[in-house]
Design a protein around this ligand. Structure first.
Ligand code: SF4
Ligand code: SF4
Length: 310
C-alpha cells in the first residue's frame, strides 16, 4: 500500500487521536438569519477622530459594526496589519442563554454538537455562587497548538488571530492535545449540516467542513473585514462580549457600548484564563461580581472546564 504524506502522518498520530473520545451528533438550531437585524448596527463617524462616542445607526445591512476611532485614542504600537484583536467577556453580564454559541454555530454552519464558543456553568468553591463562563478560542499570543502542528495547518496572524486551514490539516489532533482550553473540535464523520452553502472551502469563514480535521473559533475574520463584530459578540443580548482593537484601546459590545479596553479591564480586575501557563490569551474576563441576573441554581455536581468533552 502506498502511503501519502497525509496518511503517513495521520497514522503516526492515530494513537493520540484515539485517546480523545468522540462527540455526539445532534441537530443544529438554524439561527443564522436571526443574527441580522436583531441587534443595533453601529459605525464610527469619519469626523470622530478623537472620540469613541460618535456612533450612528447603519440603515441597511443589519449586524453590528465595530466602532473605530480614526486615530487611536492612545499611542499604542499596533501590528503591521494595523489591528490587534482582543475580546473581553464580562461574567457579571452573562446569564447563560448561549445565544453566542448558537450564533457561532449558525455563522459557520457547524456540524452537530460542535461549540466553538462553549458556555460552562462554573462554581469556584462550595460557598461561592454559580456563574456562567463562555469560552471561545483564546487566540493565544504564545499558542501551544501552533507549536505542535506538524504541517503548519494552524498559525498566528499579525492581527492576533490563530488561524486554521483545514485543507492542510491531516487530523493528527496534536493541537487538541496541546490546547489547555479545550477550544478545538474534531470532525469524526462527514459533516451533514442542513442548509450548508454549496461553496468552496473558505478559510476566513471556516467552512465548509471536512471529516478528519480539527476546527475552532477564529474570531470571525470575514466579519471583521466588513467592520462587524464576531457573530458571538453581536448576538449576545446582555452585551457581555466586548470586542475591538488593542491598538485603539477600544472595545464594543452588542449594545453599542464602546469603552476603553485598558480602563474596562483595570477597573474591573480583569484576568485571563490559566495566565500561569504563559499562553498569553487575547481574551480577558471580568469577574462575576454583582451579576445582573439571578444566579443559576447550584449544580448537583459542579461543572468545570476540565470536564468538557471535545
Ligand atoms: S491542525 Fe491539528 S490536527 Fe491538523 S495537522 Fe495540525 S496539529 Fe494535526
Ligand atoms: S486557546 Fe487553544 S486552540 Fe486557541 S490559540 Fe490557544 S492553544 Fe490554540
Amino acid at each position: 500500500m502506498r502511503l501519502t504524506r497525509r496518511s503517513f502522518l495521520t497514522s503516526l498520530a492515530a494513537v493520540a487521536a484515539a485517546l480523545s473520545g468522540s462527540r455526539a451528533v445532534a441537530p443544529l438550531a438554524r439561527w443564522r438569519r436571526g443574527v441580522k437585524g436583531a441587534v443595533p448596527a453601529l459605525v464610527a463617524r469619519p469626523e470622530g477622530v478623537h472620540s469613541l462616542a460618535h456612533l450612528e445607526a447603519v440603515p441597511a445591512g443589519g449586524g453590528v459594526a465595530l466602532a473605530f476611532a480614526a486615530k487611536p485614542p492612545r499611542a499604542e504600537p499596533a501590528a503591521a496589519s494595523g489591528r490587534r484583536w482582543v475580546m473581553v467577556i464580562d461574567l457579571a453580564r452573562c446569564d447563560g442563554c448561549r445565544e453566542c454559541t448558537r450564533a457561532c454555530q449558525a455563522m459557520h454552519f457547524l456540524p452537530g454538537g460542535q461549540e466553538w464558543i462553549r458556555v460552562y456553568e462554573m462554581r469556584d468553591h462550595e460557598l461561592g455562587a454559580p456563574y456562567w463562563l463562555p469560552r471561545p478560542c483564546m487566540q493565544c499570543d504564545n499558542p501551544p497548538c501552533v507549536k505542535v502542528c506538524p504541517v503548519s495547518a494552524t498559525w498566528k496572524r499579525e492581527d492576533g488571530i490563530v488561524m486554521q486551514d483545514t485543507s492542510r490539516c491531516i487530523g493528527c489532533r496534536f493541537c487538541m492535545a496541546a490546547c489547555p482550553y479545550q477550544a478545538r473540535s474534531f470532525n469524526w464523520v462527514d459533516p451533514e449540516v442542513p442548509g450548508m452553502p454549496d461553496e468552496p472551502y473558505a478559510m476566513e469563514w471556516n467552512r465548509v467542513h471536512r471529516r478528519g480535521t480539527t476546527e475552532k473559533c477564529i474570531f470571525c475574520p470575514a466579519l471583521l473585514a466588513e467592520g462587524r463584530l464576531p457573530a458571538c459578540a453581536a448576538a449576545c443580548p446582555m452585551g457581555a462580549i466586548y470586542f475591538g482593537d488593542q491598538g485603539e484601546d477600544a472595545v464594543t459590545n452588542s449594545q453599542g457600548e464602546t469603552v476603553r479596553l485598558s480602563e474596562l479591564v483595570a477597573a474591573n480586575a480583569g484576568y485571563r484564563l490559566l495566565e500561569e501557563l504563559g499562553t498569553e490569551p487575547r481574551v480577558y474576563y471580568l469577574p462575576p461580581r454583582r451579576p445582573l441576573y439571578p444566579p443559576p441554581p447550584p449544580a448537583t455536581e459542579p461543572a468545570s472546564a476540565g470536564e468538557a468533552r471535545r
